[in-house]
Design a protein around this ligand. Structure first.
Ligand SMILES: [Zn+2]
Length: 264
């Protein structure tokens, strides 16, 4: 089912393989459904570093791209390193190290891989430019989402208050335990204390990555009402999502994707 936004643009609809967040461009967050992998990787595992068989991962990637109408030569995917580099998203198939990309080319599909980390998608309605970021705690503490906003401003003249942002499924704060050294990094970087709180287990904490990214975006001038969080926890839904933490690393990877292209 599709629906039109106030400007008459049609939002991308959900499919069996992915969830959407109401943006009027091709975008989505994949689930486990609709692929060929088995066992702990069942079924739409899109990551090679998972331990799954390469042929199955490659077939899953082709199945998704065929559904979206993109060829591999049109994809901008990169080796994620928990840094803060934002690529100007020319197509490239895992050739560069980065954790985010931006583009205004409707023939390019930006892709980030996740399995608990927060995938963040961006759209500048004025220029049509988009962005995608892989926000784990390290990228978040380095301000990765703010860097994407900066790139959209610098390259495409985006106004932060007009940006639309979507948060996909990720491990929720209530399910994300970290040590004091992580909380200290957030405090040192100026994040509000409310992004973390003491765990029932002494000396441990819970960290809300989505809240930390909302704070980063608000500081850049993004309107809080323009940040749409699907509010889904990967850790809590084993049927629907992979979770690196829940499954102790033996699990698949989701893709979050976005293109300036209008939905068909
Ligand atoms: Zn959870």
């Amino acid at each position: 089912m599709s629906r039109a936004d106030p400007a008459g643009r049609t939002a991308q609809a959900d499919s069996a393989r992915y969830l959407t967040a109401g943006l009027p461009v091709v975008h989505g967050f994949t689930t486990r459904a609709g692929g060929v992998s088995g066992g702990p990787f069942a079924s739409l595992n899109l990551g090679l570093s998972s331990g799954d068989e390469r042929a199955q991962v490659e077939e899953n990637r082709d199945l998704l791209l065929a559904e979206l109408g993109f060829a591999r030569a049109q994809v901008c995917a990169f080796d994620q390193v928990h840094g803060d580099r934002v690529l100007a998203g020319a197509p490239s198939w895992f050739e560069e190290e980065a954790d985010a990309a931006v583009t205004d080319d409707p023939d390019t599909l930006l892709v980030v891989s996740v399995a608990d980390c927060l995938p963040v998608l961006f759209l500048d309605p004025a220029s049509g430019a988009v962005g995608a970021a892989h926000c784990g705690w390290r990228g978040t503490v380095k301000g990765l989402a703010a860097r994407v906003v900066g790139e959209l401003r610098a390259r495409y003249g985006a106004r932060p208050e007009e940006l639309r942002v979507a948060f996909g499924p990720a491990v929720a704060g209530a399910c994300y335990q970290v040590g004091p050294e992580v909380v200290e990094r957030f405090a040192d970087a100026g994040f509000p204390a409310a992004v973390a709180w003491p765990d029932a287990e002494p000396g441990r904490y819970r960290l809300d990555i989505a809240a930390a990214n909302r704070w980063l975006l608000a500081r850049e001038g993004v309107a809080p009402g323009h940040v749409h969080d699907l509010g889904l926890c990967t850790h809590c839904e084993p049927e629907r999502f992979y979770s690196y933490r829940r499954d102790a690393g033996r699990t698949g990877r989701h893709w979050a994707f976005v293109s300036p292209r209008r939905p068909a």
